[in-house]
Design a protein around this ligand. Structure first.
Ligand code: PLP
Length: 382
């Protein structure tokens, strides 16, 4: 369907104009309020327009709007130190960009540039972005096919199949790239055995292990970063979406050892700009102060309990971790999304039959309970 207007919106668009947001709420141009159950596609973990982030942006914009990475920037240093302080001590080096796909592109380039090898092993149902490198790691055929040939050297193995992963990783592998919880691919949680096998295969062959936490990072799954739950530490970590509270950002975190081995150059004009760094610093401070990972854990457990009681005639499975939840329906999800929207709830899908709930982590308890009741009514008749 071609949208009426100047926007190249090939993926479809809802006919609602959103003009304002606060916490877990969004308002359309007519003044109608919606509860945002998709955190504006995973970006709004801290809510829409968190005031502290907005303030930090305004302050920084008045002081210095743009500075490239060719100069040192105190706000960039402060942001990176804050981010690294939240991560295991093996990490010590961050490349900043402007989006999730760039963070993944950077991880692929760092891995190839540090190992001198071409191979990347990713997973069935994985989603890592839509530029040609990250798209080569993305699984879904309909996203890939119109743009082939993609980048050579990429292989995919069944998610959570430790033996298949082990067999696919060889001395030619630069990178093993996995989401700890697959978001776009239908909300599938990795088993600890699978992640352990990925770590072991990378260690055995000298490949690097990357966790793509673009969607799972910043408290979403009940930990600040999903991998913390299992204590399996990767060599590379990709972050974006809510890292700067809504301002475009991407981050590829790695170890000083990997950086020292990297051959080649990589650069981004806008990556690490002061505006995004000021927003990122404010966002991280807010996430820590408000204990958002603990909130996600608590509200997520409550939701799983509630949703697991849904009648199995309409719901095939409920999956997820923290406040990244997937309800796999026995039918297509589009009518349920439309009905939720009619009732004032904006949810999103994860594939044709999975209703995905990833509300802002600041959603009030009572609002979340009402949302779950409404979801239960819509998908299962209460
Ligand atoms: C795990 C993961 N990686 C990468 C991306 C791509 O991020 P962006 O849309 O910012 O390029 C996404 C987006 O949904 C994602 O969920």
């Amino acid at each position: 369907m071609t949208p009426p207007g100047p926007e190249f919106a090939s993926g479809g668009q809802r006919p609602i104009e959103i003009v304002r947001g606060e916490g877990a709420y969004l308002w359309d141009a007519t003044g109608r309020r919606y509860v945002d159950l998709g955190a504006t596609h995973g970006v709004g973990n801290l809510g829409a327009s968190p005031p502290e982030v907005a303030e930090a942006i305004a302050r920084q914009a008045r002081a210095l709007l743009y500075l490239g990475s060719g100069y040192r920037s105190p706000v960039r240093t402060a942001f990176l130190e804050r981010l690294l302080a939240l991560l295991p001590p093996s990490f010590g080096s961050v490349f900043l960009s402007n989006s999730g796909t760039e963070a993944v592109e950077t991880a692929i380039k760092i891995a190839r540039g540090a190992t001198g090898r071409p191979g990347v092993v990713a997973a069935f149902r994985g989603f890592h972005g839509r530029t040609l490198g990250s798209l080569s790691a993305t699984w879904r055929r309909e996203l890939r096919e119109p743009f082939e040939p993609l980048v050579p050297g990429f292989a995919h193995v069944p998610f959570n199949d430790a033996a298949a992963l082990d067999a696919a990783v060889t001395e030619q592998t630069a990178l093993v790239l996995l989401e700890p919880v697959q978001g776009e691919g239908g909300v599938h949680v990795a088993t600890p055995e699978f992640l352990r096998a990925a770590r072991a295969a990378a260690d055995r062959t000298g490949a690097l292990l990357a966790f793509d936490e673009v969607q799972t990072g910043i408290g979403r799954t009940g930990r600040m970063f999903a991998f913390e739950r299992w204590g399996i530490v990767p060599d590379l970590l990709t972050l974006a979406k809510s890292l700067a509270g809504g301002v475009p950002i991407g981050a590829t975190v790695t170890t000083p050892e990997v950086e020292a081995r990297f051959r080649g150059t990589h650069h981004s004009t806008f990556g690490g700009n002061p505006l995004a760094c000021a927003a990122g610093l404010a966002a991280l401070e807010l996430a820590v102060r408000e204990r958002l990972p603990e909130r996600a854990e608590r509200l997520g457990l409550r939701a799983q309990e509630r949703l697991r009681s849904l009648p199995t005639r309409s719901v095939r499975e409920v999956r997820g971790l923290g406040l990244l939840l997937g309800i796999e329906l026995r039918e297509r999800v589009a009518p349920a999304l439309a009905e939720l929207e009619r009732r004032g709830y904006l949810a999103i899908s994860a594939g044709p039959s999975v209703l995905r709930l990833l509300p802002p982590l600041v959603i009030p308890d009572a609002e979340w309970d009402r949302a779950l009741d409404t979801v239960a009514e819509v998908v299962g008749g209460g």
